[in-house]
Structure formats: structure tokens, C-alpha cells
Design a protein around this ligand. Structure first.
Ligand SMILES: NC(=O)c1ccc[n+]([C@@H]2O[C@H](COP(=O)([O-])OP(=O)(O)OC[C@H]3O[C@@H](n4cnc5c(N)ncnc54)[C@H](OP(=O)(O)O)[C@@H]3O)[C@@H](O)[C@H]2O)c1
Length: 279
């Protein structure tokens, strides 16, 4: 029988796939929330074959379509009593401005808002599991500026800057969860996985392409990129580190903007407002 129950997004590819495999090998039951169910089933079969763990499940969930996020959480609530680990891993960068199914700027929607709804809807199960919530952020948060007055990028769009803001939001969200739910036994973390050779870079353009070109010779594998997520999901005692940003399995210092509490609270309020139809 599995020892822990993990829910993970973005497990069809790259860092998420390797994280799901490593946790399956450590006897976790793994619920993969995926936007492409066929691809998800293929990956599930690969993980079962490589881990000999049958408790791997696929549930449809497009983070850029909030009604499907809500539907996925309803399925999880029917199936599970508790969740021990939630890994908000899925993400992407978008060369041109796109809108989600709900009409929100895609970088913000897919990297942050879908995960906000997912996490808040699963909170009863997360509390029962005394869960660790792990947000896969990036060092790109350092170029993140706050566009609260143009969140949907109607006035200005730069793919790298929007990505930087979304990854800053992953850190804000982890810190806020750690603060607001510490009395409920929840811990939350953000992390940078490293510069990892994955499908992510195929979507990049502009400055991100330049960064890819410079970094390509030094990029690590997806398996190596999964290590900090796996560490945060499995290390024995991390209560004191809750709310922190991690790199290479150690606490790291994020940008000074990442410590801006009023921006963090503003993000929480906006995210609650934008998802309130489903909360
Ligand atoms: N690669 C790096 O160097 C690097 C560095 C720092 C941070 N990160 C972060 O690491 C995380 C994983 O990225 P990766 O490098 O492993 O990239 P990847 O191989 O492109 O994987 C991204 C995953 O996210 C899923 N996804 C994207 N949009 C989605 C949506 N709307 N709904 C549901 N799932 C969605 C993808 O599903 P499909 O398979 O259907 O496309 C895929 O499983 C991301 O949050 C990224 O920002 C990566």
C-alpha cells in the first residue's frame, strides 16, 4: 500500500514527469492532473513499468480553464480522504499574448491562477493530510515586476517579464499559504529547479531564447531538475523552513520584491476575486 498521497500538475513532461516517477518509486500514490489525457495515460504506464507501483492515476485538468480545475478537485474529493503532498509544477512561457478559457492572460492563468484555485479547493483534503504544498517557481522571478494595474496585459506584453511575474507569484503564494495555514498543519515551499533541458524552452522567445542559448551547455537533466521537488516532498522535518524559497535542496534568498508583504496580500485578494465563482 502507498505510504503517502501526492497530487501533481505538469507530470506529462520534463521536471514533473521525473518528480512523479521518483515519488512513485518511493511508494507514493500519485494523482497526475493533466490537460492531455492520452499523453497522461502513456506517462502513467511508463511510471508503473519503471516503479512497479500500481497506484498512479490520471485526471483531466487544464489549469487555463478554471471549470476543469474545479471538476478535477471534485473527483479528488470523491476518491481521497487526505492529500499529503501537492506539487504545483505545471507552467509555461508564451511568446505572444494569449488568453485562457476564462479570459485571463495565459502566463498568469496557467502558472498561478489555476494552481490557486486547485490548492484552495483541495484545502480540506490538504489539512487532513497535514500536507506540504510545493510551488515550482524559477530564478526568473528576479526579473518579475508587478503589473497589478495591467494584470491581463492589455496595455503591454513581454513574455519574459510576464513569466517573471508569474514565477514571483509562485513564491508569494507559497509564503502566504505557509503564513495563513500554519495552524492547520500545512507547510508550503517555492523552489527553483535549476536550468533544465525540457520542452519548456521550445516555447521561449526574445530574452528567454538568448538565455537558453547561453545556458544550453550547462543545463541539467529533468531527473536532476526534479531533485528539489522530491526533497521537499519527502525530507523528514521541514516545518521550520515553511514559506521559504529553495534551490539545490537548500533554503535560498529570493529577490527583495519576493518579501513584499503588501504585494503578496494583494495577489491573494485578486486571486480570490478572480476564482470566486468556483471557490
Ligand atoms: N526548464 C527549466 O529550465 C525551468 C527553470 C525554472 C523553472 N521551471 C519551471 O518548471 C516547471 C516545469 O517545467 P518543465 O521545464 O518541466 O517544462 P515542460 O517539460 O514543458 O513541462 C510543463 C508541464 O506543464 C504542463 N502544462 C502546461 N500548461 C498547462 C495547463 N494549462 N494545464 C495543465 N498542464 C499544463 C505541460 O503539459 P503538456 O505535456 O500537455 O504540455 C507539461 O506537463 C514549470 O513551472 C517551469 O516554469 C523550469
Amino acid at each position: 500500500m502507498p505510504i503517502k498521497t501526492t497530487v501533481i500538475t505538469g507530470a506529462t513532461s520534463g521536471i514533473g514527469k521525473e518528480t512523479a516517477l521518483a515519488l512513485a518509486q518511493k511508494d507514493h500514490a500519485v494523482y497526475m492532473l493533466v490537460r492531455n489525457v492520452e499523453k497522461g495515460k502513456q506517462v502513467r504506464n511508463e511510471i508503473i513499468a519503471a516503479s512497479n507501483n500500481r497506484y498512479i492515476h490520471v485526471i483531466y485538468c487544464d489549469l487555463a480553464d478554471l471549470k476543469t480545475v474545479k471538476a478535477a478537485t471534485e473527483i479528488l474529493k470523491e476518491k481521497l480522504f487526505a492529500i499529503n503532498v501537492l506539487i504545483n509544477n505545471a507552467g509555461g512561457i508564451f511568446a505572444t499574448r494569449e488568453l485562457s478559457e476564462d479570459g485571463y492572460e495565459m502566463t498568469f492563468a496557467a502558472n498561478h491562477l489555476g494552481h490557486f484555485l486547485l490548492t484552495m479547493s483541495l484545502m480540506p483534503l490538504l489539512e487532513k493530510g497535514q500536507a506540504r504544498i510545493i510551488n515550482v517557481s524559477s530564478e526568473a522571478h528576479r526579473i518579475g515586476k508587478l503589473y497589478f494595474d495591467d494584470l491581463q496585459a492589455e496595455k503591454e506584453y513581454s513574455s519574459f517579464k510576464r513569466y517573471g511575474m508569474a514565477k514571483l507569484f509562485n513564491i508569494y503564494f507559497a509564503k502566504s499559504l505557509a503564513e495563513r495555514y500554519q495552524n492547520k498543519g500545512i507547510t508550503a515551499f517555492a523552489l527553483h529547479p535549476g536550468m533544465v533541458s525540457t520542452a519548456f524552452w521550445a516555447q521561449s522567445s526574445g530574452w528567454a531564447k538568448v538565455l537558453e542559448f547561453i545556458s544550453r551547455p550547462f543545463m541539467i537533466t529533468a531527473q536532476q531538475g526534479a531533485q528539489t521537488s522530491v526533497y521537499l516532498a519527502t525530507a523528514p522535518k521541514l516545518d521550520k523552513e515553511s514559506g521559504q524559497y529553495f534551490k539545490k535542496q537548500h533554503v535560498a534568498k529570493p529577490s527583495s520584491l519576493a518579501n513584499n508583504k503588501s504585494a503578496r496580500d494583494q495577489l491573494w485578494d485578486i486571486s480570490t476575486q478572480l476564482t470566486k465563482a468556483y471557490l
